[in-house]
Design a binder for this molecule. Structure first.
Ligand SMILES: [Mn+2]
Length: 330
């Protein structure tokens, strides 16, 4: 095993009070990875708690039946701990107020992640990092086994949720043989896959289909149909009693169109404009997102535009960035 991973495991073995966290708007992978680690630390008799920067989408609430988490209160301090560990993220800037508190503390910190690392000096004591891993949840399983804990039913369900949500239920290009094998072994371990699917994808609010329709009313094609872009604003979502916290379905509809290579979707998020970008096989949407202050993976990334950015400006920046990326591949 690489030395950095060994170091991360060694620090975790020595620690007794572990504080787990994840990026803002924690998704299934972020929460699933934390849950796997939570149960590993509990099995070893360590104190462990999960503290999130903000509330995750309600679709992941079922994980809380077996894995407790809390959301930090505004202005609150971090609870006592001797190790801070973040999942599915290696940027302090994506941890909301928790990021600042961690940055000013000298307590050891570990990032377990599969996103590309930020350039420059690492803010982490140790990393458990692999960009080739389809999900942080799988890295968490490796971490658990590295600590000598074979994942139980709770951890398997959480890891399955992590893997299946980050691969779009094994649809995306990150669903490699490792992903399929891991899914099969979790199914063999007894995970109720139909239950997880129902919880995550079949419990939307009634307005959701109308929200998707409102977004699709603003669909544009560029680059001879290779680029699809759509947006939806707060007013239309409110009028339809719809929210689109999770944009997978909207993006899936756009990239299901013949000839489409890259898709982008703009939506409001807490008073700002947020873009989700996906590509099929050529365009590096991470590079596009990074130029606009966002990040992620080569095939899936996101941008939160700065305060004051109008929809028109966000759309223009996104379109120009993506068009430039297309021009790199004549
Ligand atoms: Mn992930």
């Amino acid at each position: 095993m690489n030395p950095d991973r060994e170091q991360a495991l060694a620090i975790a073995r020595e620690s007794e009070r572990i504080l787990l966290s994840g990026h803002m708007r924690a998704d299934g992978d972020c929460l699933g990875a934390q849950a796997v680690l939570f149960h590993a630390f509990q099995a070893l008799g360590k104190e462990c708690q999960i503290l999130l920067p903000d509330p995750p989408d309600g679709r992941y609430g079922f994980l809380q039946e077996k894995t407790p988490w809390k959301v930090i209160e505004a202005g609150a301090d971090l609870p006592p701990h001797d190790l801070f560990m973040v999942c599915d993220c290696s940027r302090l800037s994506r941890l909301g107020q928790i990021g600042g508190l961690v940055e000013s503390s000298d307590i050891p910190r570990i990032a377990l992640d599969h996103h590309p690392l930020e350039e420059g000096d690492s803010p982490w004591t140790a990393l458990f990092h692999d960009v080739s891993s389809p999900a942080s949840g799988l890295l968490a399983l490796e971490f658990s086994r590295g600590l000598g804990v074979e994942p139980g039913a709770e951890a398997c369900e959480a890891a399955f949720t992590a893997l299946m949500t980050d691969t779009g239920w094994l649809k995306y290009s990150n669903a490699d043989a490792v992903a399929w094998e891991a899914a099969a072994s979790l199914v063999a371990a007894g995970v109720d896959t139909a239950k997880v699917y129902h919880e995550v994808y079949q419990r939307a609010e009634r307005g959701r289909p109308r929200g998707i329709a409102a977004a699709m009313a603003n669909l544009e094609y560029h680059e001879d149909g290779k680029l699809a872009l759509a947006w939806v604003d707060e007013t239309s979502l409110d009028g339809l009693h719809a929210s689109l916290e999770d944009t997978d379905e909207v993006l899936d509809i756009m990239r299901g169109v013949d000839g489409v290579e890259a898709v982008a979707f703009l939506m409001p998020r807490n008073g700002l404009w947020k873009a989700s970008l996906r590509s099929l096989s050529i365009v590096d949407v991470n590079a596009v997102a990074e130029k606009l202050g966002g990040g992620g993976h080569a095939r899936a990334s996101g941008i939160l535009f700065p305060e004051g950015t109008t929809l028109a400006k966000a759309r223009e920046g996104l379109l120009l960035g993506l068009q430039e990326a297309f021009r790199a591949f004549p």
